[in-house]
Design a protein around this ligand. Structure first.
Ligand code: NAP
Length: 484
């Protein structure tokens, strides 16, 4: 197999919030893995920036500790970590003040790729953008990376887009949705658009329905106060699940180019029909002997925020008319699993008569755990005894299929950071996409807030509220089993 990795130019990457949780868990370990892969050119700099009073040594120690905590021992060695952290610097900067900006301006070079990662609260994005300009640090080639959440409704997302646009062109703004950095999500595009096999069947005539599931076993404990202002709709559906839906439903872009791909995704979002209240089930986990209820975790006894949501979504265009997309996501469910399942229709006529073993074909795309794809097909059960049918999965798991190159799948963050350095926006959300997604979710949220809808209680460790099962039962369908 010939693999061609696109080279990276020397860069200065400033991580605002370089001492925070996201930097420690994802960004710094991710950069280390890219360093081992030979993708961080010598001479590149990683500059931590936060208010804490640290120096280069202190930041290197923090990065070393983060790598030791989040990279398995077999994938690191002390000498390489020491060489890697040599690339690190630190400037104490206050996003909303004047301190540190002159030092930062001296450190960031003009003649290399410049990227500024805003790994801080979104309330600080505007201040950072403004100061990068007023201190003449950023230029027309600089890139900024912004984290989720991107707004909490259409109005706030528009305001944020407008603030960033005062200082940066859209081509410089990289809005992260880390789901787009997952190997399987990109492979979904490869499977769809690099094979002739699926396209003739990829429509409402042959696809019965699509299920998109993102299930977690953990509750909101620890970040309950933040989550309570958000809920499953804002935290998961408006961004991650919407992006997955787009990649399944979109037309073939004319080429694999950032705007061509994002134009097609935008058309899908615009084609989404408003969702009827009876086609949404909101849930909230209650207490059991193993743990607290949602209202205890969020410390808001009157909370009406959903920790679970299931919904039936229609994409109103020629390709998908009549094919529902069922989305569900929740906390404290039976299993930690993220999956897209494309469930095909039954054969028009069975020449084998009725068979208990008979199942429709399903293309299942697993995002976690064990990223991979399975296509279930019917075959004859081997051996004598007549024509008995059985379902077998054609497993396309990367680790097995690709040998060593597939076993070490890069984390979404490391891939996305390298795409920023390369200047490739394909896997980042464009401003109009984010706004269109909020324009679709806002009326749904406004509706349940105006009605004062109470989420349905569900047991921790279950598959969610009973009503969510009914959402599919009514249509003669059922959810795929939640299992790891
Ligand atoms: P965090 O742990 O609270 O870290 C915040 C960082 O920002 C710290 O380094 C903090 O350092 C710095 N900071 C705060 N105020 C500042 C100021 N005025 N000027 C300069 N630096 C300042 O937050 P986080 O979890 O890393 O999250 C960062 C961003 O990523 C947020 O937008 C969050 O929504 C997003 N995100 C996080 C995760 C995650 O898993 N953590 C996942 C998805 C998205 P000082 O206090 O020293 O200044």
């Amino acid at each position: 197999m010939v693999s061609r990795v696109i080279p990276v130019k020397t860069f200065d990457l400033v991580i605002f919030g370089g001492t925070g949780d996201l930097a420690r868990r994802k960004i710094l370990p991710g950069l280390y893995r890219r360093y081992i892969a030979g993708q961080i050119p010598e001479g590149s700099r990683i500059i931590g920036a936060a208010r804490a009073d640290l120096n280069d040594e202190g930041f290197r120690a923090l990065a070393t500790q983060a790598i030791e905590e989040f990279i398995p021992a077999k994938a690191r060695d002390a000498a390489t970590v020491a060489r890697f952290v040599e690339h690190m610097h630190y400037v104490s900067v206050d996003a909303t003040g004047t301190g540190g900006w002159k030092e930062l301006a001296k450190l960031v070079r003009k003649d290399v790729v410049q990227a500024f990662y805003f790994s801080v609260a979104p309330a600080l994005f505007g201040a950072l953008a403004e100061r990068l300009h007023s201190n003449k640090i950023a230029n027309e080639q600089s890139r900024i990376v912004v984290e989720k959440p991107f707004g909490r409704d259409l109005e706030s997302a528009q305001a944020l887009n407008a603030t960033l646009a005062e200082h940066f062109d859209e081509s410089q703004i990289y809005r992260i949705d880390h789901y787009l950095g997952k190997e399987t999500v990109q492979n979904l595009m490869a499977v769809r658009f690099a094979n002739i096999l699926f396209e003739p069947l990829w429509n409402g005539r042959h696809v019965d329905h699509v299920q998109i599931t993102v299930a977690e076993i953990v509750g909101v404990g620890g970040r309950g106060a933040y989550y309570d202002k958000s809920g499953a709709m804002r935290d998961m559906v408006q961004n991650h699940m919407m992006q997955l839906l787009c990649l399944i439903a979109m037309e073939a872009p004319y080429k694999f180019d950032p705007d061509a791909v994002r134009d097609e995704k935008l058309k899908v979002i615009r084609a989404l029909e408003p969702v009827k209240p009876e086609e949404i089930v909101r849930g909230q986990y209650r207490a059991n002997r193993d743990g607290k209820s949602y209202v205890e975790d969020s410390e808001n006894p009157a909370s009406l925020t959903e920790s679970y949501i299931a919904m039936k979504v229609h994409v109103a265009n020629w390709r998908w008319a009549g094919t529902p997309f069922y989305l569900r996501t929740g906390k404290k469910l039976r299993a930690r699993t993220s999956e897209i399942a494309v469930v095909f229709k039954e054969v028009p006529h069975s020449i084998f008569g009725d068979s208990e073993a008979w199942h429709e074909n399903v293309l299942a795309i697993r995002l976690q755990p064990n990223e991979g794809m399975t296509l279930s097909v019917m075959i004859k059960e081997p051996g004598p005894g007549g024509m008995r049918l059985t379902e077998v999965p054609l497993d396309m798991s990367f680790a097995d299929a690709l040998g060593d190159s597939g076993a070490d799948i890069p984390d979404a963050y490391e891939r996305l950071i390298m795409d920023v350095i390369r200047g490739n926006q394909t896997l980042f959300m464009r401003g109009d996409e984010v706004e269109a997604a909020w324009a679709w979710t806002d009326p749904i949220i406004d509706g349940w807030e105006a009605r004062g809808d109470r989420p349905k209680p569900y047991d921790p460790g279950s598959s969610g509220p009973e009503d969510a099962l009914m959402l599919l039962h009514r249509d003669g369908r059922r959810w795929r089993e939640l299992k790891e």
